[in-house]
Design a binder for this molecule. Structure first.
Ligand SMILES: [Zn+2]
Ligand SMILES: [Zn+2]
Length: 319
């Protein structure tokens, strides 16, 4: 049994909403331990994402200072509340960085990553590219206010270029468009495999109905190749010559934390966890997350895992 709660961002204090979303994971872990199952319950703080750079820029400090402050605060709070994590880590750990770089190189070697030049939003005033949450505007699908990576209102996964009325999140100016080179993950080649995977989950009633419906709709709309690297100040360096300064994008890096945290736990306890993550393993993985994270757990992470020849039958438990 593997238990994973959605990882909190280390860019601000936890509030009751965070705790409410983390609690079901702890309940599941305790339930299966009581039943006598072997449980590994891991989680960690997301210390690499854009929200932390934005917070650091606002407070005039470094991302390291912000991440350290909130990591300590989270660990303290989880201890006081009695959370029963077997391992609580952070995505700015050396172990996580190296393990993700290895996954990236595996995908590259197996031919699933392609270098491509595209256009990206750029702020002339801040003199930097503006990926993801660095751009805000209106969702092209539903018209609600949305961030460059995702619309919280309709859950559409977005590219900053698609937003209407784009604004730089740092200074409020309208961004320019510039050409940029990035690696893309051949996500579109996984459609058949993922359709079968979601159908299986539906047949076995492994996921909540809305997770199944959402995933089916996501697949029906068609999978597109997705940029897997970003121009960010903080995060995991792309381990390829010529890509200095670019980082592995959070959608690979953050979900990979479920695997790397398990590996880190295994290393600490000198126990191999490889068998738990194999395709034919008896391990059952529970991912506890909100509805805005469905595609990352029901589509993106299974695609990445299948490429490594490692898939666990997952149960997507929405809070
Ligand atoms: Zn929307
Ligand atoms: Zn700006």
């Amino acid at each position: 049994m593997e238990e994973h709660g959605r990882w909190p961002y280390a860019n601000g204090s936890l509030h009751l909403g965070h705790i409410a979303s983390l609690l079901p994971g702890d309940i599941l872990a305790r339930y299966y331990r009581l039943k006598g199952e072997e449980v590994l319950y891991v989680s960690g703080s997301d210390c690499n994402g854009t929200p932390i750079s934005i917070r650091a820029a606002q407070e005039g400090t470094t991302t390291e200072v912000i991440a350290e402050k909130y990591q300590q605060e989270f660990v303290e709070i989880f201890k006081k509340l009695g959370f029963s994590y077997d391992y609580y880590t952070r995505t700015d750990s050396t172990f996580h960085h190296q393990a993700v770089q290895q996954i990236f190189l595996d995908l590259l070697e197996k031919g699933f990553l392609e270098e491509k030049s595209t256009e990206q939003t750029y702020c002339e005033r801040d003199k930097r590219f503006l990926p993801d949450r660095f751009v805000e505007g209106r969702c092209p699908a539903c018209g609600a206010n949305a961030r460059g990576d995702q619309c919280d209102h309709c859950s559409a996964v977005l590219d900053p270029l698609e937003l209407k009325g784009k604004k730089c999140n740092l200074c409020g100016e309208k961004p320019a468009i510039r050409e940029i080179t990035h690696y893309y993950f051949a996500f579109d080649t996984f459609s058949k495999e993922l359709e079968a995977y979601v159908d299986d989950a539906a047949d076995d009633k492994r996921w909540r109905d809305n997770a199944i419906q959402f995933s089916k709709r996501y697949l029906r709309e068609g999978l597109r190749e997705r940029a897997i690297t970003r121009d960010l100040l903080n995060g995991i360096d792309v381990p390829v010559e010529g890509f200095e300064g670019k980082k592995v994008y959070v959608w690979l890096e953050a979900v990979a934390g479920y695997l790397t945290a398990s590996q880190a736990w295994g290393e600490k306890h000198q126990q191999s966890i490889d068998a738990w993550w194999k395709q034919d393993s008896f391990t059952k993985a529970y991912y506890v997350h909100g509805k805005d994270n469905i595609p990352f757990h029901s589509i993106i992470w299974p695609a990445l895992l299948s490429k490594k020849g490692e898939t666990t039958s997952s149960s997507s438990a929405k809070r």
